[in-house]
Design a protein around this ligand. Structure first.
Ligand SMILES: C[S@@+](CC[C@H](N)C(=O)[O-])C[C@H]1O[C@@H](n2cnc3c(N)ncnc32)[C@H](O)[C@@H]1O
Length: 474
């Protein structure tokens, strides 16, 4: 990824990317936007603005600067179009063309048996099917080098569906580590219920499933020290897998992989890039600022999610930008339709809070969530419920300030604002910010002599965090 171009774009469009949409609205967003963008947003429906992101053909009314921005961002993004066959998958992660020894289609492993599939949602089934194929390919790759893999460690294993299936399917010794004890207990119980019951039934059928062993499960908060446990567990070589490991948990896994001698391959999919658990250090949602982003590559980064690599050292992504990276731009129309309409009330309320208070802490109050119903919930109902616990000291002042005709409006009627249009414009940046985060992770591995590629492993409409880092040590 072209770091210089990415930084230039963020600097040029900091007014759009560094502010939450609600704040944009509260501050009178259109004023802070380029005049031609403002005209375009005011004169376009939400569907038309969404089409700017989703369609290849751009409407004639889209301002040139917005068109150009779309193409500049596109050039920075990793493709999210998912691999369609095992052959494409192999080519994607090895960089080599090959057809022999690979199936023509992905197998739907989890559909082979009702009991195994039980309690696994369609999204997870899709992810498991793809990962099991990928693990088989990695096993084949190392077998052909006469360096067979014997073990696999699933890090952040949740309730264990993936590790259970790999244990059944890939003939590896599987260790699963999870920080939440409830999940480990649930996983153990599912191992017993599903696998053993299924095993009894399946003995009568010829099956390529291995019921001999269940994964070895433990509850541990993973730190870099996991590397030595992996080296104790594996006989010779292990694959590490992390499926949807939030924020800096992914950073830890990358370091575990780098440190472990026996870990030879890694499959890592991140999510929730804004979250930092290791240091419980949540950054203030302040905007990107090149001046404050020191370009001195010796100063340690204050964020444990990004950057990790020398390539990106000296540049930090704010909390807000990392949060944008967690959005996907598939199914936008239906997502905006389904989103709770309370967002409009929240945006309007924030505008009024700013009228009565100069304190930024009041502007970002964590309000109670309120379910708003079409043509039923009024703005006043919303305010009373939303501020009932967290903004009680402000509530009477806000209610006094807002004219009564406005208070009696239905929340659904407040939607006639540019709020959603502005949010869509912010989402235009989402794939490039995610790409920068993944690029940094890959570069970190490459700088440590590890082969690393990014492959769109899942269908993004099924599993939106679909870009896998697939890495191996030569
Ligand atoms: C988004 S969930 C994914 C679970 C599972 N991999 C899946 O895809 O269904 C992330 C999991 O990582 C666990 N986790 C997060 N940080 C962790 C840490 N430092 N050590 C161990 N587990 C952690 C969480 O408890 C959670 O179960």
């Amino acid at each position: 990824m072209n770091r210089g171009e990415f930084l230039t774009i963020l600097e040029e469009y900091g007014n759009v990317t560094s502010t939450r949409s609600i704040e944009h609205f509260a501050l009178g967003t259109p004023k802070s936007l380029d005049g031609s963008w403002k005209d375009y947003l005011e004169n376009s429906s939400l569907e038309e603005v969404i089409a700017l992101i989703t369609d290849d053909k751009i409407g004639a009314s889209v301002p040139d600067s917005l068109k150009s921005l779309k193409f500049r961002l596109k050039a920075l993004e990793y493709s999210r179009k998912c691999v369609r066959t095992p052959v494409e998958l192999w080519n994607g992660w090895t960089g080599e063309n090959r057809e022999y020894g690979l199936d023509s289609k992905f197998k739907l492993i989890t559909s082979t048996n009702g009991l195994i599939r039980k309690r696994i949602k369609a999204k997870k089934q899709h992810e498991i099917d793809r990962i099991v194929e990928l693990i088989s390919q990695i096993q084949m790759f190392f077998r052909e080098k006469s360096e067979p893999i014997d073990s696999l460690v699933d890090i952040g294993a949740g309730v264990g569906h993936l590790s259970r299936m790999i244990s059944l399917k890939n003939g590896l010794n599987v260790m699963a580590v999870e920080g939440n004890q409830q999940f480990t207990l649930a996983a153990n119980s599912l191992d017993e219920q599903l696998v053993q019951k299924t095993a009894a039934k399946m003995r009568h059928f010829s099956s390529d499933l291995n019921f001999e062993k269940s994964p070895l499960r433990s509850t541990n908060f993973v730190t870099e020290e996991l590397a030595s446990k992996i080296d104790d567990f594996a006989e010779n070589r292990a694959i590490l897998v992390g499926l949807h490991c939030c924020g800096d948990f992914s950073s830890t896994i990358l370091k575990v992989f780098q440190k472990s001698e026996k870990a030879k391959a890694l499959v890592l999919l991140g999510c929730c890039y804004h979250k930092q658990f290791q240091c419980f250090h949540f950054l203030h949602p302040d905007g990107f600022n090149l001046e404050t982003a020191s370009l001195d590559s010796t100063s340690p980064p204050s964020c444990s999610v990004f950057p990790l690599s020398q390539k990106w050292m000296g540049f930090e992504l704010s909390y807000i930008l990392r949060e944008i990276a967690c959005h996907n731009n598939e199914n936008l129309e239906s997502r905006f339709q389904k989103t709770d309409i309370s967002r409009f009330a929240r945006a309007h309320l924030e505008k009024w809070i700013r009228e009565i208070s100069d304190n930024p802490e009041d502007w970002n109050l964590g309000l109670c969530s309120v379910k708003c119903e079409d043509e039923k919930t009024t703005f006043e109902d919303y305010i009373r419920r939303a501020m009932a616990k967290r903004g009680r000291y402000l509530i009477e002042r806000v209610l006094e300030k807002i004219p009564s005709p406005t208070l009696s409006l239905y929340v659904s009627s407040l939607s006639r604002s540019l709020f959603d249009q502005c949010e869509v414009i912010r989402l235009l940046f989402a794939p490039s910010v995610e790409s920068a985060i993944l690029d940094d992770r890959c570069e970190f591995l490459r700088e440590n002599g590890i082969e690393s590629r990014i492959v769109p492993l899942f269908e993004p409409t099924v599993s939106p965090r679909n870009l896998a880092i697939i890495a191996y040590k030569k």
